[in-house]
Design a protein around this ligand. Structure first.
Ligand SMILES: Cc1ncc(COP(=O)(O)O)c(C=O)c1O
Length: 362
């Protein structure tokens, strides 16, 4: 069924695999409805590798997952769905911006193993949804390889930087991971939803959802692709087609120019924030996410004000800021995604925020 859908899906995942540095048939990918499902699928594959009998026997109680600060909620959700329980999600050592300390990953795995637990997977953020900052993938991959632990890179948002030669270094080492999540509906200008889960060793994807159903899976000798046993979904939309058409229309260079342009625009916003002493930025941006806040010192109402101002802007229909809690402080998070967001709009945003903060009576 869905021959055309399967063909475009294979073409698109092959292209995405090649951007990571992998190729079929050694590596495989499948498209799913969103990054959350992609993370779940990758963790199913990790579970099958760590505990080959888990599909039949259930997940052993000693299984844990190690994650950096700011990991997307879908990872804890997947842990619960997989029967580990969200308590099995343990923090990795991070710096004060929430980036994994690569040199301490081996020790963190070792500590878990000495405590009688078994690390099923380590998660790397590329980039973190809270800050837009990238984990040190190369160091994490080395530690995971030495300890024989699955490394999953959640590049749902930041994977598209792979298309830009100047930004690719942010993802150095990604090819050494075991699995990667990469959403096309984030920075590949594709409509929601379309996400890829890419797996370095094809057999790991084929073992992820190992199941027999003789009314569906039979006649192994037939030719052609069959992706049904690789996804949580049964029927699914023709996810590959919209990525394929988008790629055909804009070209890889067109998409790369868009990603690069948004990263540069985010840096412009960051410079403008830094130039006003009314604001402070969390850090120099590495992606198109910029975290900043009003420089209000020790204002006890700071948290409430930042949230209320964000709500007020959304209520006005002027700007839609996201928000993160980092270093125990509330930050506004601007996701510079629209091609129309430019210096003039950033000036308007900062002016609007300044006025809103001065007028705030909360
Ligand atoms: C890093 C990261 N992972 C996973 C997800 C979940 O993706 P989706 O909303 O497509 O399920 C997101 C969404 O924002 C994300 O930023």
């Amino acid at each position: 069924m869905g021959a055309a859908g399967a063909a475009t899906e294979l073409a698109v995942t092959e292209w995405m695999l090649s951007k990571v540095g992998w190729q079929p048939p050694d590596s495989s990918g499948v498209l799913v409805h969103g990054g959350s499902l992609a993370n779940l699928t990758a963790l199913l594959a990790a579970r099958a590798r760590a505990f080959p009998s888990a599909w039949e026997q259930g997940t052993p109680a000693e299984a844990v997952i190690l994650v950096p600060a700011g990991t997307h909620v879908s990872v804890a959700r997947a842990a619960s769905i997989l029967g580990l329980g969200s308590r099995a999600v343990h923090p990795l050592p991070c710096d004060d911006l929430g980036r994994t300390r690569g040199e301490r990953v081996a020790e963190a795995i070792e500590l878990q193993h000495r405590a009688g637990r078994r690390v099923m997977a380590v998660i790397a953020n590329a980039c973190a949804p809270t800050t837009g900052l990238y984990d040190p993938l190369e160091a994490m991959a080395t530690a995971c390889r030495d300890k024989r632990v699955w490394l999953h890179v959640d590049a749902a948002h930041g994977g598209s930087a792979l298309l830009v030669p100047e930004l690719r270094t942010l993802l150095r080492g990604i090819e050494q991971a075991d699995s990667v999540t990469w959403d096309a509906h984030k920075m590949l200008r594709t409509s929601t939803l379309a996400a890829a889960v890419l797996i370095r060793r094809s057999e790991d994807l084929h073992h992820a959802l190992r199941q027999s159903a003789d009314y569906l899976f039979f006649n192994d000798a037939r030719t052609g692709p069959d992706l049904m046993h690789c996804t949580v979904e049964g029927s699914k939309a023709e996810l590959g087609l919209k990525i394929f058409l988008n790629l055909a229309w804009r070209g890889e260079q067109g998409l790369a120019a868009y990603v690069h342009g948004r990263h540069q625009a985010a840096r412009t916003l960051w410079r403008m924030v830094s130039a006003r002493n009314t604001f402070e930025a969390l850090s120099e941006p590495e992606s198109n996410l910029v975290c900043f806040r009003y420089a209000d010192g020790n204002d006890p109402h700071s948290e409430v004000r930042h949230i209320a101002i964000r709500d007020r802007l959304m209520g006005q229909g002027t700007f839609h800021l996201a928000s993160s809690l980092v270093r125990n402080r509330r930050w506004w998070r601007a996701t510079v995604m629209s091609p129309a967001s430019d210096q003039a709009i950033f000036t308007q945003l900062l002016d609007t925020l300044e006025i809103a903060y001065q007028e705030a009576s909360y």
